[in-house]
Design a protein around this ligand. Sequence first.
Ligand code: FE2
Ligand code: FE2
Length: 366
Amino acid sequence: MAEANSFFESEEVKAFNEKIKKDDLGPLWNAIPELVSKQPKETAQPYLWKWNTVKQHLLEATEIFTPDKGGERRAIYFQNPGLKDREPWGWGATTQNLYAAVQLIQPGEQAPSHRHTQSALRFVISGEGAYSIIQGEKMNMEKGDFLVTPQWLWHGHGHEGTEPMIWMDVLDIPFIFATGGSFFEGHPDGLEKPSHSDNYSAQRYEGGMVRPIADREPMKAPVGAYKWSQTKAALDGLSRFDADRADGYAVEFVNPTNGKPANANIAAWLQRLPKEFHGQSHRHTNTSILYIHEGSGYTVIEGQKFSWETGDFLAIPSWTWHEHVNTGKTDAHIFSVHDTPIMETFNLQQEETGENQKITSEFEPK
Ligand SMILES: [Fe+2]
Ligand SMILES: [Fe+2]
């Protein structure tokens, strides 16, 4: 079962396969080893994008593209080279199920409000003075903040500062594309007018440890923006104890009304690899995308060494052995996203730990 052998390559079988193909039919006996593989066999590649390259293109995009020309957002996405043949547009796939991009907004610009069935989240990379309006709430965006926009919530952006503002966007675009469930709508007012006081939800949850009694029923996004200062405080506390052997000290952004991931389809973490950390090798069926918030080191993926530093982005495909190493002079902080909630929903989440890998090659970034 599920294995190829020479009979299936014989002229007789080939001729028959060609014959049924003309009537839009397919031979399972040939297809089964690839379609029902013994273990995950995806074409996505482990890949690293250097910040200098990405930033250069993003700055050039400011001269070519402005939001008033349409196109919704000035964002450049990370196209996994192993998935670029998916039509159209490589499905915007950074990994099997997830899309990641960097977005730049200039002072004075506005990105109109819209909503879609794709869930979105943001991590602020640099700049100050920009804001998001999510479902009627205006939220400040500061470096290291994490913002959520689950499915079908209105969201738009503006910028009242003086320097370009850059953040990372992550959506489940490839997953939603595969399901055929994409819907999109533009807001009738352009940028939505705020209907709450500014930073309303972050203030309601300012304590971080307690929940307003009005929020006993599960809500979609009771907190819109998770502030860097609170995330860092959580990591400081956690770092007084033993680290996770594979991932160091890591916290996951959660929805305080149900304890689940802040964004139902996409898990997001902030992770600290302490100085001299060398993680245990592991692999899992969920895919991951890492953004190096600060620090330097490398990750070994299936024997290949990916050296990273502040600002770089790394894609880790499904079921590939990987281990993280901090070689810098300080702790490294990494923002990461994972399609774990999707895999768990369909009972596909699996994980294994293993021996540290031998480095057999080194990735040459562009
Ligand atoms: Fe959007
Ligand atoms: Fe991992």
